[in-house]
Design a protein around this ligand. Sequence first.
Ligand SMILES: Nc1ncnc2c1ncn2[C@@H]1O[C@H](COP(=O)(O)OP(=O)(O)OP(=O)(O)O)[C@@H](O)[C@H]1O
Length: 679
Amino acid sequence: MLRNSIGKNINIQLNPQQEKIANHIDGPALCLACPGSGKTTTLLIRTYNLIANRGIPANKILSMTFSRAAAKDMESRFKKFFGSHIKINFSTIHAFAYRVLRQVYSKIYSNDFQLIELDGKKISILKNIYQHFNKSFINDDKLEELETSISFIKNLCIPVENYKDYHIKIPNFLEIFYAYESYKKRNYFIDFDDMLTLTLDIFKTYPKVLNYYQNKYSYIQIDEAQDTSKVQHEIIKLLAKKHNNIFMVCDDDQSLYRFRGADPSFLTKECHQIWSNIKIYFMEQNYRSTKNIVSISNKCIIHNKNRYPKKMFTNNLSKRSVKVVHVNSSQEQIEYVIKQIKGLENYNDTAILFYKNISAIPFIDGLNRNGIKFYMRDHRNSFFRNFAVRDIINFFKVAINPSDMNSFYDIYHKTNAFISKKMIEHALKNIKKDIFDSLLSYPALNPKQKSRIRDLKGKFLILATKTPDEAIHYIKNAMGYEKRLADYCEKFGYNLTNIHHILDTLSYIGSKTSKLYTFIDRLTQIEDIMHQAQYNKNDNAITLSTLHSSKGLEFKNVFLIDIIEGQLPSQFAIDQAEEEGFFDDLEEERRLFYVGMTRAKEYLDIITFKHIPSRFINEILNSEYNKKLFVGSKVHHPLFGQGYIKKITDSTITIKFDKAGIKQLDKQIIINKNLLKLC
Ligand SMILES: Nc1ncnc2c1ncn2[C@@H]1O[C@H](COP(=O)(O)OP(=O)(O)OP(=O)(O)O)[C@@H](O)[C@H]1O
């Protein structure tokens, strides 16, 4: 029995299904599994079984997964279970493709390749190409969208001409795509996606190369197969074709990279056509979580239509119910989490998980102020590079030092003083006591312009006397920043809601500092603390992680934060679903929520805000709750007909009606007169 042969090394008693899977030796196999069902554990035991009990040389087994972190995790778990003496090849599919290219590219193309991702080369090339075709600057958000769209097309092996069918809305996308591809080709550059497309091309065009790799690896194993894209799947198919020994582990409910071209339907819907005689195994028993967590997670995922039906169960006991905590503000959210954490003995077994990196910022501040150590794998955060953060710092710097022309130069057009470029250029050449005197020395000023500059000077003087959060409020309202912001976002394609979120986060940090200069220092400190946090793993530290990066991990205590309508699900996913009838993004974000919930072993706290709870919370709560009105609820009004709730505040309910458009209704009247009926 396999159980006996591995019993000495690993303290796990496989269940009969797991044992069957670990004993699967030859021929194709697909394990459709639920979270916490021991996918990775079973795959590792199978690997050991192949080597130790079936005499397969370790170097003949190629085990691949999607992310570098998952590959590392597999390797370290294998070593922990079976020792370091067996040298086994765990890698990402990208790393495998890179090895192939390193070996054969120069022989085929008579030149060596370079990675365009190095030194920011890819970004600067894409920016230039975008600017060339669109005659406008590309901001960070749009650049990310462009990169993702290119990646999506290449990973799904779609003819680029069909890009519009995939909701890609980058202007002149086709021209940009061709220009970028041609630049790389001319200069022997490749990017991460090319690693895959080139490897696939080489395997298709050069049978000798393919044959070499087919002989090199007679057993191929894929963990997290739900995240493989079409191009990756094509590579795997060719590689495994000769020996037909492909073993894949997949949970389509944990597929989180649709936006990069991952599509588990290649496996769940087409596996029988692709692999003849494929053996399908199910793993539905969850070993990780309490009954309460398993039950509430099931309530979430059944709302996805596009999935392979599975029913996760557990024999674990029930413990504390999953807590859904409704708070009024960020401040309350942080206070709640910190209070719970302070009662814990060991921090290593606790995680705070969130969708977007920005959610981490107030927590970094709060945890640090409370002396709670934390670990962060994603230590890069675009928050600090965002223009709104830089703007607020520049406003503060000018208030602190009215001669700071460099800082003023970046914000002069974002005030309500209507200062022109000519006036600024004049001021730069005619430095007086302060910026405003320099501006006032411009000869062609009319009385109105003079008065506006004097007024601005007065406002900066007032700004200097304010506390940081008051100052941010003052900049937004009295100094005209809020108004300019809307135009700026419109012109440069930034999402205004995201920028408001950034300003709210800055106000929160501001409320914890007393002077403008201490606020600037604190921001720098927070960034430093965040960078340092990558070295705190297992050092009695809480884990702060995005939901994406939490995949594969497990913790005794999990706090899911900012589970708010508009954030998870994002406004983008909501609009796609409600306005365009396109539910893929909403389903992907529901999977993200599900992955977050299923990371918890014993205690799961889901935190939301009273006035904007996520629809996902509505879905998991019991039917009592479902009778209440939530953002996203479908409703019927006697006058306006069918619609759905877009927003709820203390006094109003905003509803988008199918026929009557958007209406803002009085909440008390609606509720007291029982006017809305849930559909
Ligand atoms: N037969 C078993 N008996 C006891 N514990 C088990 C068994 N199988 C797996 N486990 C435990 O269940 C937990 C989840 O296992 P593992 O991480 O392999 O699951 P997974 O399916 O890869 O999870 P996920 O996809 O959610 O990341 C681990 O703590 C593992 O030790």
